[in-house]
Design a protein around this ligand. Structure first.
Ligand code: ADP
Ligand code: MG
Length: 359
C-alpha cells in the first residue's frame, strides 16, 4: 500500500525559493531518507508533508486519503503523523510518561490503557520502567528515545524525522540509528528521515531522495544512488566525485549503460575508458568518484593534482586531490601520500554525463 504520495508539489517562500515539482511516494513500511546540502529544501519538504506549509499547487495523499489538493488542505493534527526533531523535542515540565502519553491524551484516551501503551512503547525504544523520570535526568540519547516513543505511540501513518540524531555523539548515534531502523521494521512504520549525513542515509534508507535547490534530483535505492547517479550533482554530493569536462573520442561499441570500447579525452588530451555512460552527449562531463581512480606517481596518470588532505579509512587512505578547480577523493591502499605532494591520478571508471541533462 502507498502510505505517502506527493504529486507535483510546489511551495514558494516570499524570496522565490521553496519546492519545485516534487513527486515522491513511500510504500507502507518503507524508510525514505531525504538528503542534500544545507538549504536544499529538506526541512521545507518535511514541513510540507507535515502540513505546516501549504503548497501553491500539487496534491498529496496519506494512506490513500487526500490531504492536499486544489480544493482541500488538512492541517498537521489531521494527518495522523508522528514527528521527531533534532532539539527541544521533549517537554521539560512533564515526566517521561506524560510526554509519551501526550498524543493519546489529545485523541481522548484515558485510564489504564494509556499507562499500558506508554509502558509498552517505552520498552520498544529501550526505556522500560522510566515513565516517572524527569527529562532533565536523562542523557541526550535517552531524551531522543522519549521523542521517538512519543512520535510512534499513536501508531501514525508516517513518522517524520528532521536531523533527529544529528545532535548526538558517536558511538551513541550509530547505536540509536541501528535501533531506530530495527524498530521501524518491527512495527512496519513508514518513515521519512531528513539528514545532511550521506552515510546515515545510505545506512538507513530503502530509498533516498537527493535534493538540490528545492528539487528532487534522484529518488532511488542506495545502491543506485551510489553506482548509477542520475546527475553530476548526485555523483559529487554522494561520492565526492570530481567533475571533468571531456570530449568524445574513439569508437562506439557500448550500449546505453556501458561505455563499451568508447573513450573520452580530457582537456589535457589524455584518453579515458571504462566509464559508465548515462545520458546524451551534449557537453559531456566525466564524474570520477572515490572508487573510480587510483593515485600514482606524478606524470603517470590521466591528470596530475595536489594532495589536499589524507584521512585514514578502514579500506585505505581517503586522499583528497585538487586538479585545477576540481577536487576528487580517491581511496588508496599502500603508502600514505603527503599533503602538498603532486601526484598522478589514473581514472579506472566513472560516469559520463551530459552537462545539460534533461530531467
Ligand atoms: P535544508 O533543510 O535542506 O537545509 P530548508 O528547507 O531549511 O533547507 O531551506 C531551503 C531554502 O528555503 C533555503 O534557501 C532557505 O533559506 C529557504 N527558506 C527556508 N525557510 C524559509 C522561510 N521561512 N522564508 C523564506 N525562505 C526560507
Ligand atoms: Mg533542515
Amino acid at each position: 500500500m502507498t502510505a505517502l504520495e506527493l504529486n507535483d508539489i510546489n511551495v514558494r517562500y516570499p524570496g522565490g525559493g521553496g519546492l519545485f515539482d516534487i513527486s515522491l511516494t513511500a510504500q507502507t513500511g518503507e524508510f525514505i531518507c531525504l538528503v542534500g546540502p544545507s538549504g536544499s529544501g529538506k526541512t521545507t519538504l518535511l514541513r510540507t508533508i507535515a502540513g505546516f506549509l501549504r503548497p501553491v499547487s500539487g496534491g498529496m495523499r496519506i494512506n490513500g486519503s487526500e490531504v492536499v489538493s486544489d480544493s482541500a488542505f488538512l492541517g498537521p493534527d489531521k494527518r495522523g503523523l508522528g514527528m521527531v526533531f533534532q532539539d527541544h523535542a521533549v517537554w521539560p515540565h512533564m515526566s517521561v510518561g506524560e510526554n509519551v502519553a501526550y498524543p493519546l491524551r489529545v485523541s481522548g484516551l484515558k485510564g489504564p490503557e494509556v499507562r499500558d501503551r506508554v509502558a509498552q512503547t517505552l520498552t520498544q525504544v529501550g526505556l522500560a520502567g522510566m515513565a516517572d523520570r524527569r527529562p532533565d535526568s536523562l542523557s541526550g540519547g535517552q531524551r531522543q528515545r522519549v521523542a521517538i516513543a512519543r512520535a510512534i505511540i499513536a501508531k501514525p501513518n508516517v513518522v517524520l524525522f528532521d536531523e533527529a540524531l544529528s545532535s548526538l555523539d558517536e558511538p551513541l548515534r550509530a547505536d540509536l540509528r541501528g535501533q531506530l531502523k530495527a524498530l521501524t521494521e518491527e512495527l512496519s512504520l513508514t518513515a521519512v528521515y531528513v539528514t545532511h549525513d550521506r552515510s546515515e542515509a545510505l545506512a538507513l534508507a530503502d530509498r533516498i531522495a537527493v535534493l538540490n535547490a528545492g528539487r528532487i534530483i534522484q529518488y532511488s535505492d542506495p545502491q543506485r544512488v551510489l553506482n548509477a547517479p542520475q546527475d553530476p550533482f548526485v555523483a559529487q554530493f554522494m561520492s565526492d566525485a570530481g567533475l571533468f569536462p571531456v570530449t568524445l573520442a574513439g569508437g562506439d561499441g557500448g550500449g546505453e549503460r556501458s561505455g563499451g570500447d568508447r573513450a573520452v579525452a580530457l582537456e589535457n588530451g589524455s584518453r579515458v575508458t571504462g566509464f559508465t555512460r548515462m545520458h546524451a552527449e551534449v557537453d559531456p562531463i566525466l564524474a570520477v568518484g572515490e572508487g573510480d581512480a587510483r593515485v600514482c606517481s606524478a606524470g603517470e596518470g590521466h591528470v596530475d593534482g595536489t594532495v589536499e588532505s589524507v584521512l585514514f579509512d578502514r579500506a585505505g587512505w581517503l586522499v583528497q586531490v585538487s586538479v585545477g578547480d576540481q577536487a576528487l577523493t580517491v581511496l588508496t591502499a599502500g603508502d600514505r601520500p603527503r599533503v602538498g605532494d603532486t601526484v598522478g591520478v589514473r581514472f579506472t571508471g566513472g560516469t559520463l554525463f551530459s552537462h545539460e541533462n534533461p530531467r
